[in-house]
Design a protein around this ligand. Structure first.
Ligand SMILES: Cc1cc2nc3c(=O)[nH]c(=O)nc-3n(C[C@H](O)[C@H](O)[C@H](O)COP(=O)(O)OP(=O)(O)OC[C@H]3O[C@@H](n4cnc5c(N)ncnc54)[C@H](O)[C@@H]3O)c2cc1C
Length: 573
């Protein structure tokens, strides 16, 4: 796997010093909940540039439905939310991260409402709170039933546009992070970007915050929008940052399964309101699987569905199970977005069963950070879905990720602003905005002939291989096969020079797919959302983070902070 894991930089066939140079204090890569929230805080002291590779609506954030988990009511408590998160995380959460995010959640929500975010209210005029799987209390706030993400994205985008000192670069693709040398651990000093109109540009920054979202596109079946191609994870790895816990990919149990239609997520809140899962004989099979039936943790429900589909396939054929929402009163009012979508396919949830199937949903692993969002590379922060903060452990509790983006966005942005105010930075000595250090954006890999490469074919083959071999149920044999296969594909894909995002995305997907597959092969146990059929139990000695870092051998393990007795605010994990 050397070729995949030792890849350094994209080879840019010209001198970076000839490119346009842009300077800022903080560069935020990503304009979802985490990036936008970070930009607002960072702009309190200093200039900020925010990149989004599509428009501002093309984010996982904008697609979120169910809502934001936060302790708001008197019948709920911080401790209960903490315990639910720890249980879902299956022994791999960092408790200090869990407490940091959950304790700060209510303040971040109140702030959002102050900025004009609309949230649904109940008949008494109080915030309406829903319940989702794994939560022991109703604590999920939402907007227009199932359009929370859209409203959150709108609110934060408007706030950012009005924030002095923030420049938004839409449709601007970050190719790679700028480092003064190619040794792992060299400080990050911004990013090289590509804009369809302006071409390649160097953006120099004193601090760079990765908020580039998840990796759902790695899988043939995914709830994520097409932009979720793991670019940030790949860039951070190439720059020498540690990435951790990559085996943990959460699969959502219920996405609409209609050939030709996108895999629209059917929010867990629908099951929270009483929807049942039925097999092809209309038997409610979750009753045989878990005491919480349809509200069991997501990994349990996803596994039960794929096993049920396999049974059906061997009996009478079948590619999905059914979601029965017919008993939910007022479905149309509670879930107007879902109702409108189903109507397009001539389905009425009050009368029809809905075909559903699991799909890759959330990347739990990511760039390893401390409680301020700092990675182990100077100058580089990571927040939101691209980070591994330790909040989610081995499995994410529903609706905790928008919360994480809000809280960690504020913390990381504030940390950068405070650094700027104090006049300190993580820049290397001698770095000057007026005189950028010479940077050669080079690769260790010698370019092959350009040749013809069918990018669509590489992309779809990778997604199918990940779905079949690194999906909901995994085994050592299949994982080893896919690792070898990705290594082979890397030989003729990573040394090609591309001049557009489609090629760079495929290279990023290939690298991150390999990181996921290797982590899953290494983790010889089942834990949280990682299921090995050849190792069905959790192993106490594997309650550690598995980390990979370019140039540092195959894998290293990091003990949980609380297990090691460390209280690391501000220190690297
Ligand atoms: C269908 C769906 C429903 C969900 N429902 C919920 C829910 O109800 N509650 C909940 O808590 N979570 C939910 N989630 C998860 C949640 O939406 C995400 O985890 C969260 O929004 C991630 O936010 P983020 O800011 O980290 O990334 P995103 O919102 O994904 O933003 C990523 C940003 O990075 C940019 N970017 C990426 N690569 C590059 C690049 N190379 N160059 C420049 N820019 C780049 C993108 O353009 C985008 O602006 C849901 C997810 C999906 C897909």
């Amino acid at each position: 796997m050397d070729r995949l894991f030792d890849q350094r930089r994209y080879l840019i066939p010209f001198r970076s010093s000839l490119l346009p140079q842009i300077f800022t204090d903080t560069l935020v890569i990503g304009a979802g909940v985490a990036g936008l929230r970070a930009a607002i805080s960072a702009a309190e002291h200093g200039e900020v540039i925010v990149l989004s590779k599509g428009d501002l609506k093309s984010t996982n954030t904008a697609w979120a439905q169910g809502g934001i988990a936060a302790v708001l009511g008197k019948d709920d408590s911080t401790e209960s939310h903490v315990q639910d998160t720890l249980v879902a995380g299956a022994g791999l959460c960092e408790e200090d991260a869990v407490r940091e995010v959950i304790e700060n959640g209510p303040a971040r929500l109140r702030e959002l409402m102050g900025w004009g975010m609309r949230l649904d209210k109940n008949s008494e005029g109080e915030l309406a709170v829903g319940r989702e799987g794994g939560h022991s209390a109703s604590r999920i706030v939402h907007t227009d039933g199932d359009a929370t993400g859209r409203e959150l994205q709108r609110c934060l985008s408007e706030k950012v546009r009005k924030t002095h000192g923030v420049r938004l670069f839409e449709n601007c693709f970050a190719l790679d992070l700028i480092t003064p040398g190619s040794e792992p651990g060299s400080p990050v000093m911004g990013a090289i970007t590509h804009h369809p109109k302006h071409g390649l540009q160097m953006i120099w920054a004193k601090a760079t915050i990765l908020a580039s979202g998840g990796a759902g596109v790695l899988y043939r079946e995914t709830t994520n929008p097409p932009q979720a191609t793991a670019d940030g994870l790949a860039m951070a790895y190439r720059a020498g940052a540690s990435v951790a816990d990559m085996a943990f990919v959460q699969f959502h149990p219920t996405t609409l399964y209609l050939p030709g239609a996108a895999r629209w997520l059917i929010t867990e809140a629908v099951r929270g309101e009483g929807a049942k899962l039925l097999d092809s004989s209309e038997h409610r099979f979750m009753l045989d699987v878990h005491p919480l039936a349809e509200l069991a943790p997501r990994d349990v429900v996803s596994r039960a569905i794929v096993r049920q589909i396999a049974k059906q396939a061997s009996a009478a054929g079948g590619s999905h199970v059914w979601l029965d929402c017919r008993s939910i009163r007022g479905f149309h009012d509670r879930f107007p977005g879902m109702t409108a979508l189903l109507r397009k396919f001539d389905l009425d949830p009050a009368e029809d069963l809905i075909p559903v199937h699991p799909a890759a949903h959330y990347m739990v692993g990511g760039v390893m950070t401390d409680l301020s969002g700092r990675s182990d590379v100077p100058g580089l922060y990571a927040i939101g879905e691209s980070a591994a903060l330790g909040l989610h452990g081995a499995n994410r509790l529903a609706s905790n990720s928008l919360l994480e983006g809000l809280v960690m966005g504020e913390i990381a942005g504030r940390t950068c602003a405070e650094m700027k105010q104090a006049g300190s930075s993580s820049r290397p000595a001698g770095w000057s905005v007026a005189r950028p250090a010479p940077v050669s954006v080079v690769s260790d890999i010698r370019p092959s002939d350009q040749g013809e490469l069918d990018l669509d074919d590489v992309r779809s083959s990778l997604r199918s291989a990940m779905w079949k071999n690194v999906g909901i149920e995994r085994s050592g044999g299949k994982l080893r096969d896919v690792c070898d296969m990705l290594d082979f594909w890397a030989r003729y894909t990573l040394d090609k020079i591309f001049d557009e995002p489609a090629g760079w995305e495929v290279q990023n997907l290939l690298l991150v797919g390999a990181l996921v597959a290797h982590s899953a092969a290494w983790r010889e146990e089942s834990r949280g959302c990682h299921t090995r059929i050849d190792y069905p139990d959790s192993m106490p000695e594997l309650a550690v983070h598995d980390c990979r870092r370019r140039g540092h051998g195959a894998v290293s393990t990091v003990p949980l902070r609380h297990a090691a007795g460390v209280r690391p605010r501000g220190a690297l994990v």
